[in-house]
Design a protein. Structure first.
Length: 304
């Protein structure tokens, strides 16, 4: 990939890109995160959708340039598209959407007729639409599907200790429909389902994760890309994963073996000192060297 370093950059040598154009010629497929890259939960980042449209318009190197939005949203893809429409993000910026909600539905469907307890807010209920299941209280559940906290503005994982302990006492397996620990909303970090799943595992509970950084979501995305192009999946070396979270977006890409790009103005903005709009991205080598996983490159925001 043009200007992209080796798979394991030497400490202190992760390049900072001014724009996607610097590496776009070497990419056939972008697997792009949504929250933190295209929007912050309140406002769209217009430069990001513009960059994706410019990428898709490039002449292909033997195949069309594709963009698949890969989101840990705990809802089926049409719901994410509706949210993007509401933010004014053009559908011309992407070819398809794959969500952890979609993968969760597949996991649920593998157990027809199951008695499911939904641990999460009512807004996530579409994840169960038209599936063969019965929604029941926690005490009657054969499986629990966790989509998030009921009130993510004030609750923490500790508020769920009694519920999780009771489920663990009966060895109820959990499906985590959003592996994110937090997302950024208006500059604040908001807790997600991944925190509850992590707490359940700490109690000895069994958790199946649907979404990044776990391998099945990347396998599904590559298969989807192949479907878009007559069944031929792209070369992994010409795929770029873009996201704002080291733990999910970058770690998942590294684990799957595809190049990746970290968007600094996302959940790590405070750590990187760019939480204020007027702040600029400076020397972040020391911060990167301290992380368990490191990106191939960094960009302040996704722009062309």
């Amino acid at each position: 990939m043009t200007d992209m370093p080796a798979r394991s950059p030497a400490p202190g040598h992760v390049p900072t890109l001014r724009g996607l154009a610097a590496i776009a010629e070497g990419v056939d497929l972008i697997l792009c995160d949504v929250w933190g890259v295209l929007h912050d939960g309140t406002n769209a980042h217009p430069g990001a959708s513009d960059a994706l449209m410019r990428f898709r318009a490039l002449p292909g190197a033997g195949r069309p340039r594709r963009v698949i939005l890969v989101s840990n949203a705990p809802r089926p893809w049409p719901g994410v598209r509706e949210i993007l429409d509401g933010f004014g993000i053009p559908r011309a910026a992407y070819d398809a959407i794959l969500t952890s909600g979609d993968l969760t539905r597949s996991l649920i469907a593998a157990h027809p007729g199951a008695r499911i307890h939904h641990l999460g807010p009512e807004r996530d209920a579409p994840i169960f639409a038209d599936l063969d299941l019965t929604l029941v209280p926690a005490a009657e559940a054969e499986r629990v599907v966790c989509t998030g906290l009921f009130d993510d503005t004030c609750e923490t994982a500790e508020d769920y200790h009694a519920t999780l302990a009771a489920l663990r006492a009966r060895d109820v397996p959990m499906i985590c429909a959003n592996p994110d620990l937090v997302v950024e909303r208006r500059g604040q970090l908001i807790p997600c389902a991944g925190l509850l799943a992590e707490a359940y595992e700490a109690l000895g509970g069994q958790v199946a994760y649907a979404g990044k950084p776990h391998r099945p979501v990347y396998e599904a995305a590559m298969a989807m890309a192949g479907t878009l192009d007559a069944g031929t999946p792209p070369d992994a070396a010409r795929v770029l994963a873009v996201g704002d979270a080291l733990r999910t977006d970058i770690a998942g890409a590294v684990g799957f073996g595809i190049p990746n790009l970290l968007v600094a103005r996302g959940i790590h903005a405070e750590e990187l000192g760019v939480s204020a709009e007027q702040a600029s991205l400076g020397d972040i080598a020391h911060w990167l060297d301290a992380q368990a996983v490191r990106p191939d490159a960094v960009i302040e925001r996704l722009v062309w």
